[in-house]
Every structure is written in structure tokens, then in C-alpha cells.
Design a protein around this ligand. Sequence first.
Ligand code: FES
Length: 148
Amino acid sequence: MAATQRIASLEEVPRESTFLFRVADELGDEREAILVANGVESTEETASADGVSCWLNYCQHFTHIKLDKGDGAPMREGEVICANHGAYFDADSGECTFGPCEGAYLTELEVTVDDGGIYLVDDEYEFVGTGPVDTDDADLTSTSNVEF
Ligand code: FES
């Protein structure tokens, strides 16, 4: 399952939000993940993964709830923000720096960058496709008063 799989190009990862895609775990269950390009300038020449990170798209406050509302989580000043109750996660380390799960870490997926492309190289997950999981209705009732 550890084959290198292309997720997206660096150009496709928004700088003010995250790039949403789907992975399957070892049991074949689909989950959502997000790519973050924190502080990465627009470039096709970038050859390292510095500033590029990848996380499962589930909060550490309620771990069955997605960070976003279906189109990637917002980012502000190098932090990923949970759209539900406003927890902040450092985009590089995944640590919650503010909010109800402060001190907890997002679940990291291993990626690498090569010639402007971002590839999933994680032993536990394989790339399925871009966008949200169609059948994931775990958090559709969640409401938010957080404005971005
Ligand atoms: S579910 Fe993310 S802060 Fe509550």
C-alpha cells in the first residue's frame, strides 16, 4: 500500500485554505485528508516538502468531526482553523495551539514534493481522489458561529 501516489501540484494547494482529498485506510475505509502549503511560494521548482504538510481532516476536539465544511479548512497566519468551534492548529506541527483540544495533534500523513507535485508516501493510507467523501455524514448537523 506504500506506493507513491500523486495528490496534486503545489500550484493547486490554496494558500488561504487547504486542499481536500480522500484516502483509504488498510481496511479500505475512506477518510478525508487535507494538504497545507504553509509559507510555500508559488513555484514549480520547489523540490522539498518544507512547508508542505498533510493531515487527516478530523478535529482533535471531536475526532469524528471534520475540520472543514466540505471544501477545505480555512487558514490564518500559519494555522489551520477548525470550522466547528474555532480550534487553531499549527500548520507545520499539527499541534492545537488554541481551543478546546489545546496541546493535541492532528493525525499526520506522509507526503513528499517532487518537481512541483505532491505525493502521498504514507504506509497506512492510499490516495483515492480529490474532494470530500460522498457518504460521510458524520458531522453534517454540526453548526458553527465561527466567522472567517
Ligand atoms: S470540533 Fe473542532 S474545535 Fe470543536
